[in-house]
Ligand binder design. Sequence first.
Ligand code: HEC
Length: 303
Amino acid sequence: MDLTRVFDSAHALHAASVHMPLSLGLLGLPLAIAAFLAPKRWPGVRLFGAAFFLLTCLAAGTAVYTGQRAASELVALANKDIETVVAHHRLLGWSVAVLAFVSCALLTVSHFRARSGGRASAGFATLSALALTVVLLYAGSSGGRLVYGWGIGTSVADGTSGATRIVGGKPADTMPVIPPALASVAAPADSTYTPNVLPIDPAQAASITFTKDIVPLLERHCLKCHGGQSPEAGLNLSTHAGILKGGDYAGPAVVPGAPDSSPMVLHIRGVYLPKMPKDAAELTESELHVIRVWIAAGAKDEQ
Ligand code: HEC
């Protein structure tokens, strides 16, 4: 994977940025223990530990921020179960930031109280660092479940049930089957839940044709950049063959039968970035629905 692409996608950015608080937080625990047990042997350990936890707190805040962006893309595609897991994961992220801040504050206090011992605050700092470690492991695990469908304590064999794949590769490589969480978009499991994604109706699919329904949409929104002599990203949307051939990066723009894994749909939703049409008004859900239904029915050209 091209590392500069990390900044193109909120998912990839979050995946990269969560590793900072994860590693910092875990390294912080031995520091807090040293600050409690052996402050004399290493006089600066409490202040050093405080600075360390401040950094962990900032890193956790960054991860929550990037996660917020990744989640807004994910939730647009997902169902109520996923929203609950996302909310839970976000709470864990905030808890990491808060616990890191508490550990930082307690170690600072114990540093300035070193003359009179400061052991009690160092002891509480150790406890809060311990809690931080536990919450971090939970947060990492819940993130793993969200992205890959498995985390600490769940079976790896269940790896197809994640809500999304790491964005960036060709869909055929990274998402051979639509994960159940996305498949349920087509037929929401929970009838009281109305995701902002319209379900696909086979009867409607039969009535949609490439020339009558899809070409005008692409002409209106996309051909300015994806037509002519040198289309953007090598993607020529002005012919059926060009759509199937796809672009330089995302591969074939449609995966026949799988609208919600098709780069065209993922780019229009902004799951793949940049969001399409680039720097222009977004498609309405019903316009996108026409495209999704056409892809679901096989993305055929009637000629
Ligand atoms: C203003 C110009 C512009 C418009 C309009 C536009 N695109 Fe794009 N599109 C781009 C650019 C630039 C890229 C390359 C982005 C990148 O990867 O950095 C791109 C990339 C893509 C890709 C990924 C191609 C690949 O494999 O690399 C898809 C799919 C796509 N656009 C679909 C669409 C669709 C569908 C529409 C209409 C709804 C649309 N675009 C409208 C400029 C545009």
